[in-house]
Design a protein around this ligand. Structure first.
Ligand code: NAD
Length: 422
């Protein structure tokens, strides 16, 4: 298999391979199996033709990649975005393998996507695209095979259409084929807020470990969507002062603390933080110079560059987004003693409650939000403690420690299963 697709040295898959190379020296006892991690198990590329509202036919390219299934069915979202390509989907699927294993969920890693700008489609076109894409990837998905979920550009309604299309093809309702569904279609309470909650739970835990008091700490958040806004609200509830927020519309700050409930309402009404009354406006680049103790990138990939890493004032970075720190910037943060809680554990609250949703669907028995949050907190604290112990044992960063822990679990499963045919 030629794995040089989109062979750009800055591609996401190349970043992932560099991360595996960094952790390989710690995995010499499993070195016979390390190449398992460097090759996706299965990549499916599909043509998705749909009839547009004006009667013309348009073709879109879709993907489902199952990176590793050694520990259980594939798990990972579906992205609708104009930049989706095989390189990106491969990397995102691999990061799901690592994330599931860090939290010790019985899942492998997968991811899918369609190269499309969903904002340019009508609701009917979006539904046709989703149903045809689901039909095309149906041979390899299923509640015991591979379980998609929402990601950038997709949501609960799209998961509802996916569930319905898959169920129609098998002849009965299969709620467990996707997670992130609306509650009345077998979705789980607590799923929407789970990722932001996980950022808070893991961040607070590590802050305690490094003796950084949350009460009175100043916080900057990039991205005030699902993940960033919930994390900000929980930190404020715990006594932190959220002073800087940046989103796609601009950057605002209030050194006395932003009024978050009002900001949530403003963003819902105006689709961005721009124009919020009780704050001052800053240049976007000034965000990275903010005088804060806690920095939460919760928007996009590749935000913390070497230059920004050199300027950060924060003592701790909580990676709410996937891949917000470039590998070279990671090294700068280490040199500067800035602790990074890596994405594979920091934002794993979402996949953890997706796991709970799948379990509830399989049992057709649903838990209360209290039960969900209790179980979520327990699993994440167990995982972050494991990562901390691994970092102490190997004298390495939390990111390397998380990768050691995850890769050991994945490769030990591979070793115990053996290579077929033996
Ligand atoms: P969202 O769409 O709800 O919010 C995204 C936020 O990022 C918005 O506030 C948007 O304005 C902001 N943003 C977009 N472009 C920006 C730019 N150029 N500069 C600054 N801000 C910008 O998305 P989300 O679900 O909150 O996801 C955010 C990140 O968290 C993504 O990296 C996603 O992959 C990751 N993540 C999300 C989940 C989840 O359960 N939602 C789980 C794991 C990881």
């Amino acid at each position: 298999m030629d794995l040089s697709y989109g062979n750009d040295s800055h591609g996401a898959w190349q970043t992932y391979l560099a991360q595996i190379d960094r952790v390989a020296p710690y995995l010499t006892h499993l070195s016979d199996y390390i190449n398992t991690l460097k090759r996706p198990k299965r990549c499916l590329i599909v043509d998705v033709p749909i009839v547009m509202d004006d009667g013309t036919i348009q073709h879109f390219e879709g993907y489902r990649v199952q990176h590793n299934l050694s520990r259980g069915p594939g798990k990972g979202g579906i992205r609708y975005h104009p930049d989706v390509d095989l390189n990106e989907v491969m990397a995102l699927s691999a990061w799901m393998t690592i994330k599931s294993a860090v939290v010790n969920l019985p899942f492998g890693g997968a991811k899918g996507g369609v190269r499309v700008d969903p904002s340019k489609l009508s609701k009917r076109e979006l539904e046709r695209l989703t149903r045809r894409f689901t039909a095309e990837i149906s041979p390899i998905i299923g509640p015991q095979k591979d379980i998609p979920a929402p990601d950038v550009g997709t949501n609960g309604s799209i998961m509802g259409w996916m569930m319905d299309t898959y169920s129609s093809s098998v002849g009965y309702t299969v709620t467990g084929v996707v997670t992130g569904k609306p509650i009345h279609l077998g979705g789980s309470l607590g799923r929407v807020k789970a990722t932001g909650r996980g950022v808070f739970i893991t961040g607070r835990h590590i802050a305690n470990r490094i003796n950084l008091p949350i009460h009175g700490a100043k916080v900057a958040v990039q991205g005030f969507g699902n993940v960033g806004s919930e994390a900000a609200l929980l930190f404020a509830d715990a006594g932190a002062i959220v002073t800087w927020v940046q989103d796609h519309s601009g950057t605002i700050y209030n050194e006395n603390g932003l009024d978050l409930p009002k900001l949530v309402q403003h963003v819902a009404e105006h689709r961005g933080v721009k124009g919020f009354a009780d704050a001052q406006v800053a240049d976007d680049e000034d965000f990275w110079d903010a005088s804060v103790e806690i920095m939460i990138p919760a928007a996009l990939e590749s935000q913390i560059t070497v230059d920004r890493a050199q300027r950060l004032k924060a003592k701790i970075v909580l990676e709410g987004a996937n891949g917000p720190t470039l590998p070279a910037a990671d090294d700068v943060l280490v040199e500067r003693n800035i602790v990074v809680v890596p994405d594979v554990i920091c934002n794993a609250g979402g996949v953890t409650v997706s796991y709970f949703e799948w379990v509830q669907d399989m049992a057709s028995y649903f838990w209360t939000e209290e039960e969900i949050n209790e179980r979520l907190d327990k699993l994440l604290i167990q995982a972050i403690n494991d990562v901390w112990s691994s970092a102490e044992e190997h004298q390495c960063t939390l990111r390397t420690a998380a990768y050691i822990l995850a890769c050991e679990r994945i490769l030990e499963a591979r070793q115990e299963r053996g290579i077929y045919p033996g």
